[in-house]
Design a protein around this ligand. Sequence first.
Ligand SMILES: C[S@@+](CC[C@H](N)C(=O)[O-])C[C@H]1O[C@@H](n2cnc3c(N)ncnc32)[C@H](O)[C@@H]1O
Length: 414
Amino acid sequence: MKGDALADLASSLPDGDAFLRSVASPFRRAIRVHPRRGQPSGWGDLVPIPWNPAGFFTTADCDPGDFLDYHTGTIYPQDAASQVPVLLLAPQPGEVIVDTCAAPGSKSTQIGLALGDDGLLVCVDAAAPRRRVLAENLARQGITGGVVTPMPLHVLAERHPHVADGVLVDAPCSGHEPRSQKQVARMAERQLTLLTEAARLVRGDGRLVYSTCTPYVAENEGVIQAFLAAHPGWRVDVVTLPGCDVDLAGLGAVRLWPQRQGTEPFFACRLRAPEDLPGSDSLRGREPPADRALSRWLPDSPLRCWNNGRTSFIATVAAAACALPSEARGLVLAHGEGGPEPWTAQMLIDRGAASIEVDATTAKHLWAGESLALSAPPSVFVRRTSGAPLGLLGGAVDARRLSLPSRLFRSALR
Ligand SMILES: C[S@@+](CC[C@H](N)C(=O)[O-])C[C@H]1O[C@@H](n2cnc3c(N)ncnc32)[C@H](O)[C@@H]1O
């Protein structure tokens, strides 16, 4: 290819040949483990990821969708490098975080878990079909602080400047395919525009994390240098993470490489906003009137439950009151008089709602949609002995079954 940027990059690296070989091979598979949904099981050897205590490399050479742990939200399949940006963003309970390129939600779910049941996570993405997958992933992981908005990023930044304690730009990028220098330069321009729009959302002294899964310097160090040149007062907040490399321009950012860490090529940098920028609470709207439905399962929950006449929702107070149009907000607790929706049932179980345990084999039969004779009361939450939350048990005494929509039933899971 004319002006092959991948070959140019390789020739500048001390281990360029190994880079070219590794970047064309599969990367090490990895998962991230939910903090409240028990131990993953059936994965073979799980090797800790040095930079994330919640992450593991897995030797299981099969699709994560073959595991019950995936369907119950006990794990989230995520490249080990992709787990880095949220570690840099370090969201804290109670904060307002905007994920500007959020779909399909690897990092949004990670942020949502860090916020817990206090705070607001605004998820933006330009692609409507990808936002639907994102909403499903947030629900499967039981994220209560999420608001998925169709509002374009530049509109959000114009109407709600300085609202966020932390903003993530996990930018679209050239990936690791061979590209011409011209293609890379065009992508870098687009990324700088996104980063510039996202920066308007950050409050004084707030964090802005920029990441890509491409090795190209122009899309990584180059974008950060161009941003800093145009934004006096902003600085790189220097980070190091165990087992990760430093960036190629001495900025204080992080790099990962397929030939070194075994991950996809990755770059992540944390920027810090000037202290004299203002802070704004313009995302805070009216709280919906509280509904007591939630107290039946979680009497002491800090979450807000409300009903719009047809549907009950459950969310953090900040997400419930968020003044943005939304396609998803917290979790749907129930439609009409029905019991909890599947993903909400799992969330209630992982927050400590009373539940009974079943063994691994029974769990797999139940998730396959089978009816079983179980000595269990009707309408009781059920989880696997490993901790994985399964859902609500219903049916007759000699034919108990899991209430899930049929589209969620899967057989032959590990
Ligand atoms: C690298 S992917 C994000 C992956 C995601 N952060 C995750 O971890 O699952 C980049 C995303 O940016 C979105 N995107 C591209 N241009 C955008 C824009 N102008 N505003 C918001 N999102 C955009 C794409 O639709 C795509 O979903």
